[in-house]
Structures are given as C-alpha cells and as structure tokens.
Design a binder for this molecule. Sequence first.
Ligand code: SF4
Length: 498
Amino acid sequence: MVDTIFPLQLSKSLFMRGIVCRRALYFLLRNHESNKKHTASRSYLAEISAEVELLARKLFPSGVTINVKNTESKEQIDETADCIIRKVPALFGGRFRSGELCVRTDILKKAGDSWELFEVKSASSLKKAYFEDAAYQYYVLRGAGIAVEKVSVMHIDSTYVRDGSLSPESLFRIHDVTEAVRERQPLIAQEIGEMRRILKGNPPEAVIGKKCTEPENCEFKDCCWHDVPMDSILDLRGEGVDKYRLYKMGIRSMADAPRRLLSDFQRIQADAAVRRSNVVDRPKLKQFLQSLWHPLCFLDFEIMQHPVPLFEGMRPYQQMPFQYSLHLVNRRDSGLIHYEYLADPGIDGRRIIAEKLLSEIPEDACIIVYNAMSELLILRELAAAAPELASKFNRMADNVRDLMTPFRERYLYKSKMMGSFSLKTVFRALTGKNCYEKMAITSGAMAMAAYFRLSRSDDPRGRESIVSNLRQYCKLDSLAMVMILDRIEQLVNEGGSS
Ligand code: SF4
C-alpha cells in the first residue's frame, strides 16, 4: 500500500534538502509561503547543470531522451518504463517512482541484464554530498524494480584544456561510487523514515547554523531567524570563534561575546557594535594614501567562470573577463574620465580588453582595484591571452594598489560594516548612499548570470536591458572606489573623529 505521509512526492532534491535541514524540508512539503522564492543565481546554476548534462550525454551514443515536454510526471514515468522494457542502450532523464519516492536520473546505461547509473555534476571535484545523492537514486531505482549493477559520478575534469572543438570524452572524470552507495542504503532508509516521522507532526525547531546562510541565504531565514536580536553574535564575521555554538549556548548578543575567544578582527567588530564606535587609524590611512600617485585609475572587471571552456586554450572554470569599467583621474585637480567595455557574448574578449586597457591606462599610472588578489589573476589572464603584451601587463601589475587594504586591516572600520569589508558594504557605510540597492544587478555572481543569459537570449529588448544593467553595475563599482578614496582623504584631512 502506498504511504501518503509525504504530501508531495519526495524527489531527490527534496531529500537532499531534508538531509541538510529537516525544517526546510517540512516547509517545502507543506508549501510554506517563502517556498515561492527562486533566486536568479539558482536558475543560472540549473541552466549550467542542464548544459553540462547535455554534453555528458554525448558519451552515450544511441541514448533515448525522455520527453520533458510531457510536463506530467506520470507520462514521463510511463515513457521511462517503456524504454526500460525495450532495453534501450542508454536513457537520459528517466523518471522513476517507488511509492511516494521519486527520482529523475541523469543517465542510465544498459549493462547486460542490468543498468549502470551515471550522475552528472558540473563541479570540478567529487563532493561528499554526491554519495548521498547517488545513494538516494539507487534506493528509489531498486524500489522501482530496476537492477543497477554500478553507480558512477561524472564531474568536470579541471585539468582539461580545450584544443579545437570541445571533447566531451576529456571534459569529464568518472568515479565508480557503487560500493559507497551500497553501504549507504540502510542510512537512506533511516533518513526517509525519520523524514516521514517529522512530517507527521509540527514543524521541527529551527536549529540555526551555517546551513541557513551557505551556500546562500535559505528562503526560510526570515521566519527562522525572527528571534535573532539586533547586534547578535551571528553577525560576527571572519575566522575566529564558532558563533553558532555560542548562540546555541545562549550567548546571543555581541555585548555578551566572550572577548578572549574572539579573533582580533572579531573583537574590533564586537566592540564597535556595542559602543556604536568607529576605528579610524589616521597614521595608517595616511600611509596608504601616500602609497598612491597620479594618474590614478580605478579599475573593475566582471568575469565569467564556466564549467565548459568556452574558447580555445581555456580550462574549465577559468576566469574569463568579459567587461571592465575604468575611471581615470590624470591630476589631482582634473575631472573623472570614464572608459568601459563589454564583450559580445560568443567572442573571446580578452585580447580586446588587453589592448584597450593598454591604450587607456597611462603608462606608470597607479591602478586602484578592490581585492587585488583576484584582480591580479585577471591581469595575468589578459597577459596570457596576448603574450606579446605580457611585459606591459607585468608592469601594470606592479602598479596595482588594493583599496580593500585599509578595511581588511581595520585601519578604518565602522560599526555599520558589520564585520564585512566588501566593496558594497564599505561604500554604503562610508557614503551613506544606497546606490546598489536600486540596481538590477548587485553582485559579481549576478553579473555572471546576466552575461550567461545575454549569451542565450534572442530577444533584442531583453538583451538591451541586460547590457544596460551590466554597464550600470560595473560602472558603479569603479565609481564607488573613487568615492571611497575621497572619503578616506576627507577623514585623514579632518583630523577629528568621524
Ligand atoms: S533558515 Fe536555517 S533552520 Fe530555517 S529552514 Fe533554513 S536552514 Fe533550516
């Protein structure tokens, strides 16, 4: 008899969510109102995964694809069953059900009287969660009467270098995880039993932890965190004490955080939050200002990191700059000049960017970036794309100064920064302006997703709007640096407390 404890079918993604947080699973299955939120970054990741899966299928010739236009899962299940009976050589996107459990498999390959299951991942390494993921699929397939003799995980091989047209054979690494998957079967049964038990009752207690904010904010955070006080210990940033453990122990506010357990930076953050005070180390700020010179360039890049190398000579997930914004101040008394470039998706813009930057940035100019570590990597990528210009880029790299330094090193810290030294937070805290909040794109990850959408869109108006949003966002990043530096100069010149 079919048990109907799960109000909806328990899919693999719901099961995996339930492994991370039972309460999230409860809300998802009970159709909690926050369940409607779908972030842009999630749909971007889903599109990337689908693209990688399509490439993986090329390794299985004569495979049959289940018709996704059949939106009814019942029809997909019937179509899958038909393929299984016909013993097709390989099956893509098969849908199976065992009671209230269901699963969509990436690839099933016929292996004698049995089948081999392949789970395709767009990541570049084998992660622990993939074992649970594959083990759940194996569990449901067995329950549905499918004999699976081997289970493998395919992921992107980060050592692959594109040489000519894309080679799916070299793009993937395949790991046999059959043994680990079989070992986990009792655990999967236990987890499903536990999920069933929880769903019969009231929502589980909110157990606040890293899972609520990583890899992104949980859609139920507003509901679960409504009791978290202002200036809570959970606002602590950076390495140091385990704030979630302290929170569980009942230490809720920043004021109660045991100072001896905090790192130096966390102590500065906690003290500033409690006293509503700021740190302004003028001698250090002055030293930083003295390390800069004119002409001054404020440079910001946007990059793409795609699992599938887009162009010749590229590796998976290689950083590929596709846009920059540059504000130039030639002399102390001169105005701002703005340059920008956005590569057409479909072309490798690295060489054009390299040549344009060399023509726009005056020789021996001081180049201000925010987070030099990542921006220097991009300059290196540009040098690699135009080897005859490499020596000029090396010289440019020597002239890079990092505007993040005064904030990362806490020469300047305001309680409003709440432990963060990201460009957006610092800009808001120092200028009081909320420019980013009004933008359609507010982060590098969103810019990457927008550029990806641009590369796939045929709609001229949609494309126009994406281009405009990308230009506005990148321009604001380099302009924000100009305004932050102005503010530092003011603070140093004021001499009093801010
Ligand atoms: S906010 Fe945290 S506790 Fe609440 S559902 Fe999400 S992950 Fe679970």
